[in-house]
Design a protein. Sequence first.
Length: 150
Amino acid sequence: MPARPAQVSVAFLLINLVLKMLLLLRPLLLSGALLCGELHAGSSPSEPLLSTSWELYYARSARLLQQDEATLQAELQALRQSDFSLPTPTRRFGFEPDLPAAFYQSAAGRELLQAILSLQTPSGGWSKRTDMRIARQSGQHWGVEPNYVP
């Protein structure tokens, strides 16, 4: 038995309404897909690609690591050395972190600050378990764990 005109028009209106809602919700649905990661051709939902922001973060980290390594290699080359040395290890940072601000205005305080800053990597990081009281020397790694990426 063929559908009546009234039933056809109600079904048409419902389908039309659903399509309009999907068009209105499209930006929201797409943003959710971007948060979950895009899929590449041939992948399944269980194999999402990394999001663009993560890929950019990873690429930036790799560039910064290369910058740190290039700086150390240039120092070693200038010293005509092939191996870097390691700074002095310690369980903490080698200095009292709760010193009063006035201390850092003294000669000893400025010397400590210079030592701390000398151990900062060119990319801006610091390693753990490194004695920050002793200034870094040219050709010396920035931390006691050379495979640690700050």
